[in-house]
Ligand binder design. Structure first.
Ligand code: KIV
Length: 288
């Protein structure tokens, strides 16, 4: 199969056909996203919390992350694969950021682009965020970059918690818009907008002519992304307001596993005729 290209994504954006994106963390979840004909797969650093049980996305190392990127990349299908730049792998210097970006692109030839969390461009100081400089450096080296704006979980402490961004004042909304404008100007092919009022994200989408992918950003973006473990209910408990749970895999899986445990306990599984393997009578007699 021919993997989807940036041109395919742009043509969907231009014809206002919604672009679909789902996170995946391994070969199985990657294969499910591919089989569902998702346009884009995001190997997001949410995998640290949703698949590895870390408390924060900041805990995962680049090595662990690459291992998962490779597993997702082996899933069969044509989805365009975007990979996060994990916390700690790019902040110390531009050189380090470029090195990390190259090693992530080299994880698999199926990796099509990188996603970079970006801080709000400060309107008052005109002091551009470091990640904007890095985005520019990566774009200038021919690495496709998706800028991630709004609620950026790697910066949760600077943002004062997991909160909607760009809603409190006109300046807040303007800072988000200005960051998006800068990212477009620096060469980013797309912008992921997280937890931003829908009017702001729609304005960004209508003003900048690059695809926007929203999560908690309303219906006016070019496409949507959700975390696969939220969509499928892989973990117990409620999913965030911005997500939608389409099934309850956690409950279904625990139920199925309980049946298995009961069957083994009650000697109902395995059934030698159905699940076992035979030995020829003469071989058996000789063995005895
Ligand atoms: O890591 C992640 O899953 C994300 C979300 C925005 C989808 O960045």
């Amino acid at each position: 199969v021919r993997p989807k290209t940036l041109a395919d994504l742009f043509s969907k954006h231009v014809s206002r056909e919604p672009i679909t994106m789902i996170t995946a963390y391994d070969y199985i979840s990657g294969s499910w996203a591919q089989a569902a004909n998702c346009d884009m797969i995001l190997v997001g650093d949410s995998l640290a919390m949703c698949a590895l049980g870390y408390e924060s996305t900041t805990e995962i190392s680049l090595e662990e992350f690459c291992f998962h990127v490779q597993a997702v990349s082996r899933s069969p299908g044509d989805a365009f694969i975007v990979v996060d730049m994990p916390f700690g792998s790019f902040e110390s210097s531009i050189e380090k950021g470029v090195e990390t970006a190259i090693s992530l692109m080299k994880c698999s030839p199926k990796v099509g682009a990188l996603k970079l969390e970006v801080g709000s461009h400060s309107l008052s100081t005109h002091n551009p965020d470091y990640s904007l400089k890095l985005a520019a450096e990566l774009c200038s080296r021919g690495i496709p970059v998706m800028g991630h704006i709004g609620l950026t979980p790697q910066r949760v402490h600077s943002l004062g918690g997991y909160k909607v961004q760009g809603s409190r004042s006109a300046q807040d909304a303007a800072a988000i818009f200005e960051t998006a404008r800068q990212l477009k100007k620096l060469g980013c092919f797309s912008i992921l907008v997280e937890c931003v009022p829908h009017k702001v994200s729609q304005h960004i989408t209508e003003t900048l002519d690059i695809p926007t992918i929203g999560i908690g950003a309303g219906s006016g973006t070019s496409g949507q992304v959700l975390v696969q473990s939220d969509i499928l209910g892989m973990l117990p408990g409620r999913v965030p307001k911005l997500a939608q749970k389409y099934t309850d895999l956690h409950a279904q899986s625990v139920d199925a596993l309980k049946h298995y445990v009961a069957d083994v306990t009650l000697h109902k599984f395995p059934d030698n005729d159905k699940n076992g393997f035979k030995i020829k009578e003469d071989v058996w007699r000789e063995f005895l």
